[in-house]
Design a protein around this ligand. Structure first.
Ligand code: NDP
Length: 295
């Protein structure tokens, strides 16, 4: 019998998108501009195609301009870099997102570094990563930004909490650590070489799981009363040719010990695109010297 409060990422993301749409409408009325997001997809990866489609749809629903650039898998690195350069110089484009992963023949690092940091709405450019690490204003990666909103919704304050992040990727784990440090948490980053992971997780008041392994973090490891944010999206076979999505945390068992937990699906996932729209709005305001509206 679950006792944890279920953190509703779907509803929180919806609320955020409504706030963004209102801000976009009032900026259009007061300043006469429409934020624009360009999404670049190289190749035919089915998951990426789904993401790009819903990004385009939600961008338009928020009242922003959506520019989609779909390139074949055989696109050369120079051609992609030339497109990024064109988008950097396009005044109608406030945010640029190059959908990852890229085909193997393209150097992903080179492409990320080519994006104008002021338009880097994924927050992956080293300048934004450095700004986040030094506590300056930055475009923050969308998934950890969404995780922070959800974690904050489950507590009056995160200050002083022992936070354990499992996973140290540049996309999730590392920026998450910076964001939680910014909330005055005592932060531990665990990874594949961490010794005695159950004990490390067991000391956490806040657990962020970003591993990519189905239900690897066991419910029994969770400290009673902890907040659990599950970033993992893993598809598992359930027989009969069917599959379902599960997180990195053993949900049912963890929900019996945690005070609050995000479900999969319906937790962190929906927050990512909402935070992307927020970053696009932020980039659009910053580029024009306008204060970012409260959303
Ligand atoms: P990466 O594969 O880049 O990183 C995984 C991390 O987990 C690595 O740091 C790795 O450690 C660590 N790890 C792997 N195995 C273990 C283990 N046995 N014990 C402890 N740590 C381990 O993944 P991402 O950060 O990109 O994504 C993580 C998960 O989040 C995935 O399921 C992904 O699908 C999901 N995701 C969800 C998003 C959303 O919108 N909801 C967005 C982005 C990701 P090491 O560094 O030592 O190899």
């Amino acid at each position: 019998m679950a006792t944890a409060h279920i953190i509703d990422g779907k509803a929180t993301a919806e609320q955020l998108r409504v706030g963004i749409a209102k801000a976009v409408a009032s900026l259009a009325a007061e300043h006469g501009f429409m934020p624009g997001l360009a999404v670049v997809l190289v190749g035919e990866d089915p998951a990426s195609q789904v993401y790009v489609r819903s990004k385009g749809k939600q961008t338009a629903e928020a009242g922003m301009a959506s520019f989609e650039h779909k390139l074949p898998a055989c696109t050369g690195e120079a051609e992609l870099l030339a497109l990024v350069d064109k988008l950097n110089r396009d005044p109608a484009v406030d945010g640029i997102l190059v959908q990852l992963p890229l085909p193997k023949h393209i150097d992903c690092k080179k492409v990320i570094e080519a994006i104008d940091p002021a338009k880097d709405v994924d927050g992956f450019h080293p300048l934004n990563a450095g700004r986040l690490a030094t506590g300056e204003r930055a475009l923050v990666p969308c998934t950890p930004a969404g995780c922070l909103i959800l974690a904050k919704s489950a507590a009056t304050s995160l200050a002083g909490m022992n936070a354990v992040i499992v996973g140290r990727s540049n996309i999730v784990g590392k920026p998450m650590a910076q964001l939680l440090l910014g909330q005055d948490c005592t932060v531990t980053i665990a990874h594949s070489r961490t010794r005695d992971l159950p004990a490390v997780v067991g000391g956490a008041d806040l657990v962020v799981a970003a591993v990519g392994r189905a239900e690897m973090i066991k419910g029994a490891w969770i400290k009673p009363g902890a907040i659990v944010i599950d970033v993992g999206i893993n598809r598992v076979e359930v027989g009969g040719g069917k599959s379902r999505l599960v997180g990195d945390v053993e949900y049912a068992a963890a929900a019996e010990r945690a005070s609050a937990i995000t479900p999969v699906p319906g937790g962190v996932g929906p927050m990512t695109i909402a935070c992307l729209l927020r970053n696009t709005l932020e980039a659009a305001c910053a580029r024009r010297g306008i204060a970012m509206p409260e959303v």
